[in-house]
Design a protein around this ligand. Structure first.
Ligand code: 5GP
Length: 204
């Protein structure tokens, strides 16, 4: 039941109990604002549970220390060998992965914020997962956001190049494509998608 992470911890989530559990995969190029969007989604809806990924990349200056489980390549590879990841990938020289969620089957709708290769892995395992691909309003704005995070020039360029290659594939494979031009509007649009998918699973 979806109750442990509700603020009062008392009432189960009526919405989540009434439909088949959703896996919502939020993907899209770096600098598009995925992290901010998913944080806003889980703040709005206590029946959404955000998975925390593992990564071997260094923590950025000013980045929250619970943004990821920051770990070593050795520890990451051990978990791969133990079959502990739902999906994992190597992205620009670092490992990123979603540990197998212990929330499957609990009633909470699970939100994953991951890049495209991982999103495809999840879709192969869970064809009913809902893939929402987020796009920046423009390449210029994406670059501005990437620079705002303090990434060095070479990393910004590598991420922009990767985005150019991945966008057409993401658009084609996504169940929904959302342009993140204004945060509140984007979050509204994503909540509408999630409610729609809940409704479809209720009536299925
Ligand atoms: P960043 O280094 O900017 O935090 O993340 C780089 C990319 O890795 C982003 O596109 C982010 O969505 C993605 N990412 C974060 N966690 C995971 C994960 O667990 N699995 C996969 N496949 N990608 C992830």
């Amino acid at each position: 039941m979806c109750r442990a992470w509700a603020p009062s911890s008392v009432q189960p989530c009526a919405t989540s109990l009434a439909h088949e559990q959703l896996i919502i995969v939020v993907s899209g190029p770096g600098g598009v604002g995925k992290g901010t969007i998913v944080d806003a989604l889980v703040r709005r809806d206590p029946c959404l549970w955000l998975s925390r990924s593992w990564t071997t990349r260094e923590r950025r200056a000013g980045e929250r220390d619970d943004a990821y489980v920051f770990t070593t390549a050795e520890a990451f590879e051990e978990l791969i060998t133990a079959g502990g990841f739902l999906e994992w990938t190597e992205f620009l020289g670092n490992y990123y992965g979603t540990p197998r969620p212990d929330r499957l089957g609990t009633g909470a709708d699970i939100v994953l914020e991951i890049e495209l290769d991982g999103a495809q892995q999840v879709k192969r395992q869970y064809p009913d997962a809902v893939l929402i691909f987020v796009l920046p309003p423009s390449r210029h704005e994406q670059e501005r956001r990437l620079r705002g995070r303090g990434d060095p020039d070479d990393k910004v360029h590598a991420r922009l190049r990767k985005a150019e290659n991945e966008e057409p594939v993401g658009r084609e494979q996504a169940d929904y494509v959302v342009v993140n031009d204004e945060l509140e509007r984007t979050v509204d649009e994503m909540m509408t998608i999630i409610e729609r998918e809940r409704g479809l699973r209720r009536s299925a």
